[in-house]
Structures are given as structure tokens and as C-alpha cells.
Design a protein. Sequence first.
Length: 63
Amino acid sequence: MNGQQRANIKPGIQVEIVLKKDQRTGKLTSGVVKDILTNSANHPHGIKVRLEDGQVGRVKNVL
């Protein structure tokens, strides 16, 4: 599923995100969504979320 649509993302689902420090390399980090931080319905770079371990990044893939 697409990480650019807010409707696809709910707390508790498994996602792959790109952290701010990894944006150049594109390295993905997987985890479970705790909070959705983007208010708009969609975002071209991915919806920003906070994972349960506290890491913040933009969703690239919904697993």
C-alpha cells in the first residue's frame, strides 16, 4: 500500500519509514505506528508518523 495517503495508515499497523537522517541513502526502518503526525489527507513524500519505539519518519511502505 501507498504511504502517501493518510487513509491507508492507522495506529498499530506495521510500516517501513525513512528517517530524516536516512533520506539521502533511502535506508528504510520498519516498525509499528504509534502516532500519525501529518494532518493533511496526503503528502507527496509520505505521511509522517512516530513509531512505538519513538522514531519519527515518513511512511514509504505499508506492510
